[in-house]
Design a protein around this ligand. Structure first.
Ligand SMILES: [Ca+2]
Ligand SMILES: [Ca+2]
Ligand SMILES: [Ca+2]
Ligand SMILES: [Ca+2]
Length: 342
């Protein structure tokens, strides 16, 4: 009896530790910068805001199984972000060998037709959202429907966004989206009451993915923008716990900290996924006084270094295959970057 109670306690501690540790790995942040002029939603990147915005990759295969290989030419994708007080703007570039929309009814197997899926948790509360509005999982088809699990039943939320998809090259498509942001009190019959005005320093849960069907009546691949725990790789439509983080930044309002936030990603690790070596790039201003850690999914520091130079190669051959967070502590700031060792 005593032994099994101890085992129970041990189990509970492991569960608690794992949850806490995982929360620590969800810190790598995407940044969106303001659009000075309203973005024209026309499937063209001619708007000024897209000139400077950086591309974020859609490169992590979530299904059919985590990190599953894809066929050559099957899919490639990336996206940019911008915002003003009324909308989050998203520009998505997709290369897909076959565009498929096999189900005429937008509610029928909506996850099995080609679609851009946007996951957004307005207050980054995390938690369950499949049948409530704590967070949204918009399945945006190229017929411009936007299906999500609503309160009790599936709902078409196409009025929550504007979208235009245009063909810009051989099997290459540009989706331009203006997304209205709502809090968890969203009511589809009275949406404006829960509409959120966007502003500097707004932090949201955010991931983006593509459901790729190539005329086989099903989804061959589901490719996302963020690393996931492999056992939860298809859970973003149920819970906001594993979404990435999006920070809205207005450089004109950052005041004294303007120099600390760059329009470029502060830390980059490549290649990613990595083999035996990674190269870490970061701003030179962080070189003199940094403390760098590599942390595994259990929150354990597995490697560390002081005064790492940007551009220097790190030998990670001793690390087991897995997902890691590289964390740079510089003065009062911390930067995190998630990478995969394989
Ligand atoms: Ca445009
Ligand atoms: Ca494809
Ligand atoms: Ca929420
Ligand atoms: Ca396809």
């Amino acid at each position: 009896m005593k032994v099994s109670f101890r085992k129970y306690l041990l189990f509970i501690s492991i569960v608690l530790f794992t949850c806490q540790a995982f929360a620590q790995t969800q810190q790598d942040t995407m940044y969106a910068y303001p659009a000075a002029t309203p973005v024209v939603i026309d499937g063209s990147d001619a708007d000024e805001c897209w000139d400077d915005a950086e591309w974020y990759p859609i490169s992590v295969v979530w299904l059919p199984y985590y990190n599953a290989p894809m066929d050559e030419g099957d899919f490639a994708g990336r996206f940019k972000l911008s915002w003003d007080s009324n909308y989050l703007y998203i520009l998505v570039e997709i290369q897909d060998d076959l565009l498929s929309d096999d189900h005429a009814d937008p509610f029928d197997n909506y996850w099995n037709d080609d679609c851009v899926e946007i996951f957004i948790d307005e207050d980054r509360s995390m938690g369950y959202h499949q049948n409530n509005y704590n967070a949204f999982a918009y399945h945006i088809s190229f017929t411009y429907d936007a299906i999500d699990g609503g309160s009790g039943s599936t709902i078409n939320l196409k009025d929550n966004l504007s979208v235009v998809m245009d063909t810009i090259g051989d099997k290459t498509y540009l989706w331009e989206i203006a997304l209205k942001i709502y809090d968890e009190t969203f009511d589809p019959n009275n949406p404006e009451d829960s509409r959120v005005t966007l502003s500097h320093n707004k932090l949201m849960g955010f991931s983006l993915a593509y459901c790729d069907n190539d005329e086989t009546n099903g989804r061959e691949n589901f490719i996302g923008s963020t690393f996931m725990p492999p056992e939860h790789s298809n859970d973003n439509y149920i819970t906001a716990d594993y979404m990435g983080t999006l920070l809205l930044v207005d450089p004109e309002q950052t005041g004294t900290s303007a120099n600390t936030i760059s329009k470029k990603k502060v830390v980059q690790v490549f290649p990613n996924p990595a083999g035996d070596y990674i190269t870490v790039n970061f701003q030179a201003t962080h070189t003199n006084n940094n403390y760098v850690e590599i942390i595994d999914l259990n929150g354990k520091t597995v490697m560390q270094a002081n005064r790492l130079q940007s551009g220097k190669e790190i030998d990670i051959s001793i690390l087991p295959i897995g997902v890691y967070t590289l964390k740079i502590n510089s003065g009062n700031e911390q930067f995190n970057y998630k990478f995969v060792k394989r």
